[in-house]
Ligand binder design. Structure first.
Ligand code: ATP
Length: 344
């Protein structure tokens, strides 16, 4: 691993904000720290940046201990949630600031600033003041400023959360493109699962100051380890073994031997639905979402959410038959942690 955090612990008074958290970032990797508000994401990012001190554990970069190194000597680039540009400097001065501090020559700075403005697709704004730019433009400049000094790691703390949905989606793709092009190992904090799924090579899902699961977006979505991850990573139908036995007995054989309480996690798009007059379930409501339909279906064990792309859609009130194939079901540990702060 390029950057390693081992057993990081942070305690505020008698509150443990981070409890022996271990994570790693590889060369060129884009990692998202994902979790509900207050789970410790920003605290972990600030520890890595050197803006907060560790109470236990260690952080190493290419094997070298960082704990005694002040933030400005770590060589990391940081973009915060709020636009943190210097308001009294032009865009060009903002981007070139880090290079100027390092004593770079004026011509070198202006060449680099021009390159970075091209990279973030804002070649015309060099002489503007930050206050003259939109929120999305300011975050692009903040990104350019962070990468101007060739950071060893890029740290992004919810850089998109203050932006409206459309700008957010565009900028999200641009950040990913810039990161790929430059290959800078990047850690981004977000509480938005869709953002994490779209951007990350690896997602680290946290709750209550601990890492609950780390893996690829596909792993976390299709193979969540616990109920919390299943619920946090999107819509899921969670059924007890007794409910599975009544509804989809073909899935029972997939249940692994485990001493722990378990639930079957079935994503809405994994349920096949077919009209059937003698079906045991009834469609109660339908939402048309453009590319798919989301149905609330009343089954003998309660309501299920089903998503279809079908061209022959069911109607509310119709009876239906439901089927799930064994490979579409994942058994998760019931950690009882109904995800608070789950994005809706
Ligand atoms: P959000 O998405 O809301 O920013 P987060 O996951 O980034 O949440 P943190 O900001 O890391 O959460 O905070 C984790 C916990 O530590 C919270 O309960 C917070 O109240 C607490 N905390 C953070 N900083 C301090 C501090 N300086 N003093 C006391 N408690 C703190």
């Amino acid at each position: 691993m390029y950057l390693t955090v081992r057993d990081a612990t942070k305690i505020y008074g008698n509150f443990t904000a981070l409890d022996r958290v271990s994570i790693g970032i590889d060369q060129g990797e884009f990692v998202c720290l994902l979790g509900p508000s207050g789970c410790g994401k920003t605290t972990l990012l600030r520890l890595i940046a050197g803006l907060t001190d560790l109470d236990g554990g260690e952080i190493t970069l290419e094997g070298a201990d960082l704990s005694q190194l002040p933030a400005r000597k770590r060589g990391f680039g940081i973009v915060f949630q709020s636009y943190s540009l210097f308001p009294n400097m032009t865009v060009a001065e903002n981007i070139g600031y880090g290079l100027k501090i390092r004593g770079a020559a004026k011509t070198e700075i202006s060449v680099r600033v021009a390159e970075l403005l091209e990279l973030v697709k804002l070649p015309q704004v060099a002489d503007k003041m930050p206050g003259q730019l939109s929120g999305g433009q300011q975050q692009r400049i903040a990104l350019a400023r962070a990468i101007a000094v060739d950071p060893r790691v890029l740290l992004l703390d919810e850089p998109l959360s203050a932006l409206d949905a459309k700008v957010r989606a565009t900028l999200r793709d641009e950040i990913r493109q810039v990161q790929r092009e430059l290959g800078i190992p990047t850690l981004m904090v977000t509480h938005d699962q869709e953002e994490a799924l779209a951007l990350a090579d690896k997602i680290i899902c946290m709750n209550h100051g601990v890492v609950v699961q780390a893996g690829t977006p596909e792993d976390l979505y299709h193979r969540p380890a616990t109920r919390f991850v299943a619920e946090f990573m999107g819509i899921s139908n969670l059924l007890s073994p007794e409910e599975v036995d009544r509804l989809f007995p073909n899935l029972l054989a997939t249940r692994p031997a485990s001493g722990k309480p378990q639930l079957a996690c079935i994503r809405p798009e994994q349920i096949n639905i077919a009209k059937s007059v003698d079906g045991a379930a009834t469609v109660r409501s339908i939402s048309f979402l453009g590319n798919l339909r989301r149905l609330e279906v009343e089954s003998p064990v309660g309501m299920l959410t089903v998503e279809t792309h079908g061209t022959n859609p069911c109607r509310a009130g119709e009876r239906v038959r439901l089927h799930v194939s064994p490979e579409a079901c994942t058994w998760v540990d019931d950690d009882g942690a109904l995800a608070e702060g789950v994005p809706t």
